[in-house]
Design a protein around this ligand. Structure first.
Ligand SMILES: *Cc1c(COP(=O)(O)O)cnc(C)c1O
Length: 215
């Protein structure tokens, strides 16, 4: 199997009981997901709607599917019946659509707001100052916004990455005062998860360390 068991156990060993590992399986085959599932992993993350829908239909229903990619409003309906947590919500328009599709499925869907902390201009998300007023969340009964998600800069500069995680944690703590249901801070990937954990991440999203590099 092409799952790195040693790496998996090493990562699991660094988590406390409030921290979750999401295994990012995008582009990887069903067999790899099943191999990791059989080692005890339950949370998996995917970036593409069609790929997620295909995989979900073939894999155990006990898997909790996280959508971590950029989600287009017109595709929400395909994942609304089963998705466990949507990480990358980057507009209020998208939240409204998720609310609508969740209602159709008689569900409450958990979401994270994506925050733009990295220096790269291409990354999606709300600016650090755009989340001051979250009163609109009250009118969306079929979603529950449970925290924030972000990607740090893709950089060798560890201090830069650490500072970005620190900023995000500070924003999370501030917002949590008015939003007591905030419990998830999704930050940290293969290259920076140890820093993210030190800075207060409660959910790391790891792909290549578990499944090998993607082409
Ligand atoms: C692909 C991806 C990951 C995992 O990246 P690795 O570097 O392979 O661990 C995590 N989060 C998001 C949003 C991704 O798109």
């Amino acid at each position: 199997m092409s799952v790195n068991k040693i790496s998996y156990q090493n990562i699991i060993g660094q988590l406390n009981n409030k921290t979750t590992l999401v295994a990012v399986s995008k582009i990887k085959p069903i067999e790899d997901i099943l191999a990791l599932y059989n080692l005890g992993q339950k949370d998996f993350g995917e970036n593409y709607v069609q790929e997620l829908v295909d995989k979900q239909s073939q894999l155990p229903t006990a898997i909790r599917w996280h959508f971590i990619g950029h989600l287009q409003s017109n595709k929400v309906k395909y994942i609304a019946p089963f998705v466990h947590l949507i990480h990358g919500v980057d507009s209020f328009k998208l939240l409204q659509e998720i609310n609508k599709q969740a209602a159709k499925n008689n569900r409450i869907i958990k979401c994270l707001l994506q925050v733009h902390i990295a220096q790269e201009t291409t990354k999606f998300g709300f600016g650090l100052n755009e989340l001051n007023d979250l009163s609109m969340l009250q009118n969306l009964p079929n979603i529950q916004v449970v925290g924030l998600m972000a990607m740090a800069s893709f950089s060798e500069d560890k201090q830069l990455v650490r500072n970005e995680f620190k900023q995000l944690k500070k924003l999370f703590d501030t917002l949590k005062i008015a939003q007591p249901q905030f419990s998830i801070l999704s930050m940290g990937m293969s290259d920076d998860y140890t820093i993210a954990l030190e800075e207060g991440s409660t959910m790391i999203r790891i792909g290549s360390l578990l499944f090998g590099k993607r082409n």
